[in-house]
Design a protein around this ligand. Structure first.
Ligand SMILES: C[S@@+](CC[C@H](N)C(=O)[O-])C[C@H]1O[C@@H](n2cnc3c(N)ncnc32)[C@H](O)[C@@H]1O
Length: 218
């Protein structure tokens, strides 16, 4: 595969049911974890929501007073994100909705905040590291990289249960999207090596769901 491409997963077949499925599977944990990222967004910020998906978080984000680019490979996801935002704010707003591949996204200016919510884990480990490095390059100096994702539970029995349950669950996603079935990813060593530092990390009550804000070390 060319270094200019990654193998992406288009979630279009899941667009109508994605929010309901994730809500049921995580007891609302995905939405709670996404919302923790809102604390890192200030009015006027330029924000990229990479792989925005269709959920209510899109409307929450749009209400923060930032100017958001909602980007997803799936036209069905972008349509749903736009419908959510316009149901919340009406048709006149400054947000942008873009169908496209985040990995080839080259904005004229960097963003104050880049959000990767349950996005990096849709790639193979090798590709997720390349996408992560690309996202880092889209953040302006002094800006924030916000990641919401699965992480290893600090409780050994929860971690062991998840190791059992994740493969069959991911196989269902794979059936519809072709997404690779893989173990948990740990982005910390990658970001630390790239010169980033954790500004704030919060775990959901479902403690395998983690929201982290990263800043580049000056
Ligand atoms: C697991 S969903 C997460 C959606 C949302 N961020 C959330 O937290 O619920 C991953 C999304 O990333 C999108 N996606 C995958 N690869 C992409 C790429 N290269 N560029 C843009 N979007 C991509 C998929 O279509 C899907 O909507």
């Amino acid at each position: 595969m060319s270094p200019l491409t990654v193998r992406s997963v288009d979630y279009s077949p899941l667009a109508p049911v994605y929010t309901t499925i994730t809500r049921l599977l995580t007891g609302g944990g995905v939405e709670r974890t996404q919302r923790r990222l809102l604390a890192h967004i200030k009015p006027g910020d330029r924000v990229l929501d990479a792989g925005c998906g269709p959920g209510p978080f899109n409307a929450d984000l749009a209400r923060c007073g930032a100017v958001v680019t909602f980007m997803d490979l799936s036209p069905a996801m972008v349509r749903r994100a736009q419908t959510r935002v316009e149901a919340a704010l009406g048709p006149s707003h400054a947000h942008r909705f873009q169908v496209g591949d985040v990995f080839t996204h080259a904005p004229p200016q960097p963003y104050d905040v880049v959000i990767a919510a349950f996005f990096l884990n849709t790639f193979s480990w090798q590709d997720s590291q390349r996408v992560l490095a690309h996202l880092c390059g889209l953040v302006a100096p002094g800006g924030t990289l916000c990641i919401a994702d699965e992480g290893r539970s600090p409780r050994p029995w929860v971690a062991a249960m998840l190791d059992l349950v994740r493969p069959p669950t991911l196989s269902i996603y794979r059936l519809f999207t072709g997404q690779p079935v893989h173990g948990l990813y740990d982005y910390d060593p990658v970001l630390l090596a790239l010169g980033w530092t954790i500004e704030r990390r919060e775990r959901d009550s479902r403690d395998y769901l983690v929201a982290t804000a990263w800043r580049r070390v000056a």
